[in-house]
Design a protein around this ligand. Structure first.
Ligand code: SF4
Length: 116
């Protein structure tokens, strides 16, 4: 059994997921919580936020995030890829900072504009 707090809405239902019973979810107040609990137990994912260096005296860091959620188990590996990144202004919100993480669909993108 695994236990989670559903983060889909403010009610915060306490979910229990039974991996040995086809990932049956109990404690959920609605079907969205059932899907969340099952996904969290079988394949947890997160949108990752961080920052990277910028060749700029005024704005030495630029916030970035993944444009879709990635596997929770890949988060630290993904964060390490950012260590080698240095952006050169101008940077535009939505610019791809690292494309196709691990050959997949997720990209790291800039989340602010930096002119210089
Ligand atoms: S299970 Fe449904 S009601 Fe409960 S926190 Fe999740 S979304 Fe909200």
């Amino acid at each position: 059994m695994k236990e989670y707090i559903c983060i889909i809405c403010p009610r915060g239902c306490h979910l229990t997921v039974d991996e040995e019973n086809n990932y049956a979810v109990t404690g959920n107040g609605c079907l969205r919580g059932e899907a969340y609990g099952r996904e969290e137990a079988m394949h947890p994912t997160r949108v990752v936020t961080s920052s990277v260096r910028v060749r700029s005296r005024k704005h030495p860091r630029c916030p970035v995030k993944t444009d879709i959620a990635i596997a929770k188990s890949d988060i630290w590996k993904a964060m390490h890829l950012l260590d080698d990144v240095e952006l050169v202004p101008p940077v535009h919100r939505g610019d791809i900072v690292i494309a196709s993480l691990f050959g997949g669909e997720a990209n790291f993108i800039a989340t602010r504009d930096i002119d210089k």
